[in-house]
Ligand binder design. Structure first.
Ligand code: GTP
Ligand code: MG
Length: 340
């Protein structure tokens, strides 16, 4: 990791909104590949302040064309299945092979909105020692996708900072796990040994979108059960997925049993996805852009209506929700300009 010269750093003072000049972020990421600046820029993405959002967008505009060729792995699975430990045990496979690894984890936020309650950094003991690896835990902000709302943007920044192997952990709660496939090139699903019951518990979409299934914690007393579980998953996938088989492997992040099979399956995924990568990413990008544009428009309309006190006018129209809806359709002017 390279650092910005301290004398330069001191000249890049923050303004009263805590924002530094654009060049601080852009040069810090692209030229210096500075983990501190990268982390600061991701914090900026997650900020609710308009000035922070503006500088984030400008940073993204500058970074987009400077990305390295990368491969994005999504690691999903129910809470406690061992996603963080898995990433901790597997990341060195890439860093030892001269890859520049970036890890984005999403910690489940506390429901009162006070942010992250679990520090993944403290659980990734091996990786914290490896200074070349960038780890960034983000609060999930109750976003239903199982991913942080700004994961896609964070991925772009990481790639501009030279990260070419990305490991992205999702919260892994319920149905939302499906969403991970919208941002990554391959989805790794971790499951626990435990036969039919656990298979029932996995949402259909997740099983269908996974590119690799790992029966995790295949160690100790659970080992035999884990081997049986892997067979069951193979059969279930055979029945459910008409378009071909996917690997189901046993692995333990604690003992390292099955490591070779897992690492070569990951390498194979990178090779097998290579051809289709740009097409898949284009589609993902379009989908992301559509949803962001809709978000901007909806936010701008809400702000305009708030400014014009329209919501209380609507409320005062009638006690019937349908009268109010008619009023909105007939009288409320939603014309806006997104220009600031
Ligand atoms: N026996 C065994 N325990 C494991 C293994 N991997 C992780 N664990 C344990 O499982 C627990 C949960 O591990 P995490 O890595 O935090 O799981 P996670 O899926 O990231 O959890 P959340 O982020 O909270 O959803 C920890 O106590 C780990 O020590 C494994 O391979 N074998
Ligand atoms: Mg975790």
């Amino acid at each position: 990791m390279k650092h910005i010269n301290p004398s330069i750093k001191s000249r890049l003072e923050k303004d009263n909104k805590g924002v530094r000049p654009l060049s601080y972020y852009v040069d810090g990421i692209i030229q210096n590949q500075d983990h501190y600046v990268l982390s600061e820029s991701i914090t900026m993405l997650e900020s609710v302040h308009e000035v922070h959002k503006d500088i984030s967008l400008q940073t993204l505009v500058a970074c987009y064309g400077h990305r390295d060729h990368s491969f994005r792995f999504g690691i999903t699975g129910s809470p406690g299945v061992g996603k963080s430990t898995f990433i901790d045990s597997i990341a060195s496979h890439f860093s030892k092979n001269d890859h520049n690894v970036g890890i984005l984890t999403v910690d489940p936020s506390s429901t009162d909105g006070k942010g992250s309650i679990l520090g993944d950094k403290t659980r990734m003991e091996e990786l914290v020692k490896d200074k070349g690896i960038f780890i960034r835990p983000s609060p999930s902000n109750r976003h239903l996708g199982g991913l942080n709302q700004y994961t896609y943007e964070a991925i772009i920044l990481c790639e501009a900072a030279g990260k070419d192997r990305l490991l992205i952990e999702t919260v892994g709660v319920g149905q939302s796990e499906v969403d991970v496939s919208h941002h990554v090139d391959a989805t790794i699903l971790l499951v626990l040994p435990g036969g039919g019951d656990s298979l029932q518990g996995i949402k259909k979409g997740v099983l269908e979108k996974a590119d690799l299934i790992i029966v995790h914690k295949s160690d100790g007393d659970a080992k035999r059960l884990a081997v049986d579980s892997a067979k069951e998953y193979k059969e279930a996938i055979h029945l459910r997925r008409k378009g071909g088989e996917i690997p189901v492997l046993n692995y333990s992040s604690i003992t390292g049993d099955g490591r070779e099979e897992v690492t070569s399956a990951l390498d194979n995924l990178i090779v097998s996805k290579k051809e289709a990568l740009s097409t898949i990413r284009k589609k993902q990008e379009e989908r992301w852009l559509q949803s962001r544009i809709k978000e901007h428009i909806s936010l701008a309309i809400t702000k305009k209506l708030e400014r014009e006190n329209e919501f209380s006018l609507i409320e005062n129209t009638s006690s019937s929700p349908f009268d109010r809806l008619s009023y909105v359709k007939e009288h409320v002017d939603i014309s806006i300009s997104l220009k600031s």
